[in-house]
Structures are given as C-alpha cells and as structure tokens.
Design a protein around this ligand. Structure first.
Ligand code: N01
Length: 539
C-alpha cells in the first residue's frame, strides 16, 4: 500500500483516485492493481451487466479463443494459475467468461464496478488536474487517473446495406448475440468469413435447415488442432509455467511456441512442404505463420509458398470444384492468421451454400432475405459476422477532451496514435490498455504488461508527489515512426484488414500496432523508462 498525498496538494478534492473503464482482462486487472495493491480509491464502469468485456459480448455460437488454453489466463497470480483447469487445448467463450468471473470473485473486484453504465464523456480539468468522467446515468465523477480498457475489437461494424431495416426475420451481429437464439430448422444467412464468421459457420451448419454464406474475400485458414488435454499434459504445463510465461513474454506473438528463425526461402520446396504439413497437422494459425518459417509475414516469395500450400489443401478438402474455386484465396496471406475446426469441410454439407459477393454483390436486404445481383436468398435469420471498428472505435464514441479542449477525434484526425500504445499528448494521466500502437500478440500477456506499467507509473507518481504525466510530442512522433518502419517491413500493411483500419469504409488506413513483438515491446518499455514523458510536480 502506498501513501497517497493526492487530495491535499494542488488537486482539489477528487471523488476517486482513479476511474477504470471496462471489465475485461485489462479493466479487471487494473482495478486489482490500483485498488488492492496500491490502496487507491477506484470507481470502475462497464456497459455490460457483469464482468467479461470481449468475452461478455461475444457469445455467438462456436466462440473460441485461438490461443492455447494454457496461455490465455493472466499470469500474475501463481495460485490462480495453479488452480486453472481446462478440458481442451483451446477455451470456449463460456470457459473464458467463467475464468474472468473467478478473477472478479477472487479479488473482490465487482464492488468497484458500476455495471450497465456507459461512459459518455471524459474531460480533463486543467485548473485542478483531474478528469471529469460522465456516464449515461447522468453522473459525473472526478478522478486523478483515468484508465481505459475499452477493448480492441469491441465497437461493432454493421455495414449499411440498403433495406437492412426492412428485413422481417431475426438479425444479429455476432458480438451482440442474445442468450436465447434458436437456429434449429431455420434458413440462416451469414455475412462475413473472418475469425468470427468461420467459427459460427462450423458451429451452426449442422443445426440449421440451410446456411447461406455470403463471402466477400476468401480466407486462408489452417486447422486449429482442437483436442482434449490430458491431466498429464496439464501437470507438465503447470510444472513449467514459469519458463513458459518467460518464453511467451520475450517472444514476438506470445502464443507459446518457438518462433522460427529459418527463412522459407533458404530451404528446398520439399522441406517447405514438410514443415507446412507438420504445422498443418499440429494446428494453430499463428504457429503456421510464425512457427514454420521466419519470413512468411515479410517476404512475398515465402508468403506465396505458405499461401499456395493452403490453397492446395482447400482444393483437396472441398469436393465441389465451383465452391472450392470461390473459397480459394488468391492474394497475400497477410491478415491475422485464422485457424478453424473444420471450416472448409463444412462446405461439403448439402445444407451449406456459398455466395461470392465479390462476383455477385449484395444489392439490398429485403423483407424476405438478401438480394444479390443474380438472386434473392430467402432467410429466417441474418447474421452479421462483419467485424469491428477496431482499436479506436470505442474511443471515438466517447466525447474525450484533453488539454486545451482538444478532443480525441481531433487528436486522431490523421489516424489513431498512442505513445507506447498507452498514452497521448494532451491527455495527461489517461492510460489506455491496448490503445493504438501497442503490441500485436496473444492479448492477455500484452494486457498484463501494460497494466503493470500503468500501475508502476501511478505508484511512482503518487510516491513522488507528481500531479501529471504526459508524453512529449517528439517521443510520441518517434514511437509512431518506429511502428510505421516496422510495419513497412511486413506484408501485413499490404493485406487489407482491420489491423490497419481498412475494413471500415472511410476510415483512414494507418498503422495501429507495434508489430515488433511483445519481447521487444517489453524491452522498449524498460529502456525508455520515463524519458519520453513530461511530469508536473505537485506545487
Ligand atoms: O472480423 P473481420 P471478425 N459485405 O473483420 C466481411 C478476433 N477474433 O469478427 O474480408 C460483405 O476479421 C469481411 O470481408 P472482407 C481476431 O483478432 C478472434 O471475424 O473485408 N462482407 C470479413 O469476411 C479477428 O481477427 C477469434 O472482404 C463484409 C468479415 O466480414 C478479429 O477478432 C474469434 C462486409 C469480417 O471479418 C476480427 O474478426 C473471433 C460487407 N459490407 C474474433 N463488411 C479467435 O480467437 C465486412 N465484411 C478465434
């Protein structure tokens, strides 16, 4: 517990030392660190009716994490890790939600939360150096520190199809899935074949009368390798947990495997095939992209070798040649890599059909279903697996105003930015978890890294009577340049996806991640220390 001087200096009385927004991995851990460890007075908000964040909202059928179960909890509490149990090598949404509930119970976090509450504005009061946080319940509270864990993939994207409001059946976005949807015996249409769409398609195909998949861009996907994990395997993992977490936190993508250092272009075609086949049989999207060879995400020739391997698999798996043709991607393999538990196989079912909306675009949603340029598809249910306005989408929904009345929207007019993925000039004492320009990894270890940095920083400020912290403009600019330089060396910047904001019409395509890996990110935090910040001392 630290001694807090915050109310007696140039802070006018504040209602809370810190306000935390969000009850996902990041928000929950922040409340624990700030309240339970630093002894601060914390108020937290979430729009959901309980904890869970991403895993509260994404209740769609088939929802599963594509990180292996052993690397999807937080690692800070050794006992909690030791108690962890799971059935398969990947966790389903209900299992992750149940884990986050356990975290909330164990650390008594719910009592700091006000649920069913949206934060509508956050204003920085320059005279008194505190944040004024207003909610949709009409309440305004003041706090010295503002920590936002709003979720990377949280603001839903529903395309503005003509006639969408005229549809007489049921329609759902996957990230707003109600509890009691019964798809049995129904004619279902789904738009979108990203990670979400792929999981929904596999799960519901055997349950529905007919499933029509409206695909815009075909996907490269590899098997996930789902299997029951034996007690012996779990015991071995737990016996080596310290080493496992150390490895993950010093690796690039933190998925728990050794990333390859061998370029695909340095080996023969036969060796490439052997390595790809082995990874295909083990399973895992990140393992396939980063565990096979070191240059798939950077060298077009290596990328084409991996892409071609997957294309051949699609041709082998999918029996109908026309469906196989439509499903086969032609471009770069350079989005967040997908993995699945039988995606391409699903198209061999008689009750599943594929519509390429690149070839026959959707013209409108009608009262009966979806009309493309060549047909009308009658549906009882229409599912939007159309993704998210990622990274900054939830930030720009809140009226955020920093120093000099600058709004976050103005600050991010040329694309969202964040110094070290956590702070912005003009927004003192506002810490973002998974803000723009943070690491692109399996998320819990990155979230943990950032929350620990934030709480260490807060502790330092309180102990040293520092009233505000804010990045220097030149430090922020330099960090963005670093992110851009790294991104330019990858093929990801050329593959159109949410990673660069390319999925939202009109959104500026810009670098939104630090693609240098978690290990290097952690090193950067350590080496940079507080060099890039301006501190204001309490008078
Ligand atoms: O969203 P997406 P997601 N007309 O943006 C299509 C995480 N996640 O929710 O590719 C027709 O990837 C769009 O088509 P196109 C993970 O980080 C993880 O699936 O843009 N189609 C695409 O097919 C993931 O990367 C897990 O041409 C339209 C789909 O909708 C991230 O969430 C599970 C359209 C959107 O795909 C996002 O995944 C789930 C339009 N107007 C999610 N607009 C796991 O851990 C969009 N689309 C496994």
């Amino acid at each position: 517990m630290i001694q807090s001087n915050m109310n007696k200096n140039n802070f006018k009385e504040v209602d809370f030392d810190a306000v935390v927004v969000g009850a996902g991995f990041g928000g929950l851990y922040s409340v624990h660190k700030l309240r339970n460890e630093l002894g601060l007075n914390v108020r937290a908000y979430d729009n959901g009716s309980d904890v869970g964040g991403t895993w509260y909202w994404n209740r769609y059928p088939g929802a599963l994490s594509d990180t292996e179960s052993f690397l999807y909890p937080l690692s800070f509490d050794k006992e909690l890790l030791e108690e962890g149990d799971w059935k398969h090598n990947y966790l389903t949404q209900p299992e992750i939600l149940s884990y986050l509930n356990k975290v909330a119970d164990r650390f008594d976090l719910r009592r700091s939360y006000q649920f069913n509450t949206k934060v509508t504005s956050t204003y920085f009061n320059e005279e008194h150096n505190y944040w004024e946080v207003t909610t949709d319940k009409g309440e305004t509270v003041t706090a010295k520190f503002l920590v936002t864990g709003l979720g990377l993939l949280s603001a839903t994207n529903v395309p503005n199809f003509k006639g969408i409001e005229t549809f007489k059946g049921e329609q759902y976005h996957t990230a707003r899935w109600p509890q009691d949807v019964d798809l049995k015996g129904k004619r279902v249409g789904i738009i979108g074949t990203g990670s979400t769409g792929v999981q929904v398609i596999i799960d519901i195909a055997p349950k529905v009368e007919h499933l029509t998949v409206f695909q815009r861009t075909p996907q490269y996907s590899v098997p996930i390798g789902l299997k029951v994990q034996s007690d012996a395997e779990k015991a071995e993992i737990k016996a080596n947990y310290e080493e496992i977490w150390k490895q993950a936190k010093s690796s690039a993508v933190a998925f728990g495997f050794e990333e390859s250092t061998v370029p695909a272009v340095s080996v023969s075609k036969e060796e490439q095939e052997r390595v790809f086949e082995e990874a295909w049989n083990i399973g895992g999207g990140f393992r396939f992209m980063f565990g096979t060879f070191s240059d798939i995400a950077t060298n077009p020739e290596a990328n084409e070798a991996a892409a071609n391997f997957i294309r051949k698999k699609i041709q082998e798996i999918v029996k109908d040649p026309e469906t196989a043709r439509k499903l086969t991607p032609t471009g770069l393999y350079a989005k967040r890599p997908l993995c699945d538990n039988g995606y391409y196989d699903t198209y061999n079912r008689d009750n599943v059909s594929l519509v390429s909306v690149k070839e026959t675009p959707i013209v409108e949603v009608t009262p009966k279903g979806v009309r493309t340029t060549d047909s009308e598809y009658e549906l009882d249910v229409l599912i939007f697996a159309t993704g998210f306005d990622a990274v900054d989408g939830n930030y720009t929904k809140i009226d955020m105003r920093g120093r000099d009345g600058i709004t976050m929207k103005e600050k991010w007019a040329d694309g969202p930015t964040g110094y070290l993925g956590m702070m912005n000039t003009h927004f003192p004492n506002h810490f973002m978890i998974l803000g723009p320009n943070g690491p692109f990894t399996n998320l819990p270890p990155s979230i943990e890294t950032q929350v620990e940095w934030i709480s260490d920083t807060v502790k330092y400020m309180v102990e040293n009577d520092i009233s505000t912290i804010e990045p220097k403009q030149e430090a922020e600019d330099e960090w963005i340049t670093t992110c851009q330089t790294i991104s330019d060396q990858t093929l990801f910047s050329k593959g159109e996806s949410w990673i660069f904001g390319a999925n939202i019409p009109g959104k500026k395509n810009t670098v939104m991640f630090y693609l240098g890996g978690l290990g290097n990110y952690r090193k950067a935090l350590e080496e940079l220390g507080f060099k890039g910040f301006i501190f204001d001392r309490v008078a």
